[in-house]
Design a protein around this ligand. Structure first.
Ligand SMILES: Nc1nc2c(c(=O)[nH]1)N[C@H]1C(S)=C(S)[C@@H](COP(=O)(O)O)O[C@H]1N2
Ligand SMILES: [Mo]
Length: 245
C-alpha cells in the first residue's frame, strides 16, 4: 500500500518550512528595505567576508555579502525615540567635531587587529537629534541587513566612536564604508559596519550575530585568549574589557 499519509505529511512539512523561511527572510529584510532606497547601493558589485591580500592584516567579517554602498546617495537616518529625528549626509557627519583614536577590534572568534580610527563621538550626534529620556539604546540597521543593539551608556562611554576613516583613509567597503561603530570594549560583533540607520529604542534587542552563534547579547569582552594578527597571532591572555596595548 502506498504510504499516502506519509507523502502528505512530507508535502505539508515542505510547505511549512518554506513558509517559515519566507517569513524569516521577510523579517530580516524589512527593517532595511523600508529605509534604504535602491539608489543607495551599486549594481552587481558585491563585498563580503575575506582574509585575502591586504585583509590578511585585518580580517573582514560580513555575515553575508552586500552591494557596495554609493557615497552620493547614502545618508544616515537617525530616528526612533528622539525629539529631532533627521538624516545626515556624509559631509555633515564629517563636519562634526572629529577625534582620532587607536583601538583594537577583538572578534569573538579569537583574532584581533588594531587601527587608527577617525570619526565623531555619539554625544555630538545626540546634541542634534535629542534622544527622549525613554530611549535606552540604539538599534543599528546595516547595509547587509545586519542588526545590532548598543545601550546608550556604552555609546556615550568615551571610547565608543562612529568612524568614517581608518588608518588615514576613508573606510573601505570591506571595513564598513561609509560609517561604522568602533566600540573597543565589546567584541567585534557589537561594532556594526555599513550603517544605514540608527533607531533609538526603549529596550535591548538581540543582534544578528548573537542569534547566529552562542554569544552574549551584551558582547562585553570577557577574560580569555587573543590571537593578534599584528603580532603573528601569538596567543596571549586578555583580562576582559578593552584590550589596551
Ligand atoms: N554590517 C555588519 N557589521 C558587522 C558585521 C557584519 O556581519 N555586518 N560583523 C561584525 C563582526 S562579527 C566583526 S568581528 C567585525 C569585523 O570588522 P572588520 O570586518 O572591519 O574586521 O564587524 C562587525 N560588524
Ligand atoms: Mo566577529
Amino acid at each position: 500500500m502506498r504510504p499516502f499519509g506519509l507523502i502528505r505529511r512530507r508535502d505539508f512539512l515542505a510547505r511549512l518550512i518554506s513558509a517559515v523561511g519566507a517569513l524569516a527572510v521577510g523579517w530580516f529584510k524589512s527593517p532595511v528595505r523600508a529605509w534604504a532606497g535602491a539608489g543607495d547601493f551599486s549594481g552587481a558589485d558585491f563585498v563580503g567576508k575575506t582574509r585575502a591580500g591586504r585583509y590578511e592584516k585585518f580580517y573582514v567579517n560580513y555575515w553575508r555579502s552586500l552591494r557596495r554602498i554609493r557615497a552620493e546617495t547614502w545618508a544616515l537616518d537617525v530616528g526612533g525615540l528622539c525629539e529631532a529625528p533627521r538624516r545626515f549626509g556624509l559631509e555633515e557627519l564629517k563636519a562634526l567635531p572629529a577625534v582620532t583614536q587607536t583601538s583594537r577590534l577583538k572578534c569573538v572568534e579569537c583574532w584581533s587587529a588594531k587601527a587608527e580610527w577617525r570619526g565623531f563621538r555619539v554625544p555630538e550626534l545626540e546634541k542634534l537629534v535629542r534622544p527622549l529620556p525613554s530611549a535606552v539604546g540604539v538599534v543599528f540597521h546595516c547595509g547587509d541587513d545586519y542588526v545590532e543593539y548598543l545601550d546608550r551608556e556604552s555609546l556615550n562611554n568615551g571610547r565608543a566612536l562612529l568612524a568614517y576613516a581608518m588608518d588615514g583613509e576613508p573606510l573601505t567597503h570591506e571595513h564598513g564604508f561609509p560609517l561604522r561603530a568602533v566600540v573597543p570594549f565589546k567584541y567585534g560583533y557589537k561594532n556594526p559596519k555599513a550603517i544605514l540607520r540608527m533607531e533609538y529604542v526603549t529596550e535591548p534587542l538581540p543582534g544578528t550575530w548573537s542569534k547566529i552563534g552562542p554569544y552574549s547579547v551584551d558582547g562585553t569582552i570577557l577574560p580569555g585568549w587573543d590571537h593578534p594578527l599584528d603580532r603573528g597571532k601569538v596567543r596571549r591572555r586578555i583580562h576582559g574589557g578593552e584590550i589596551l596595548d
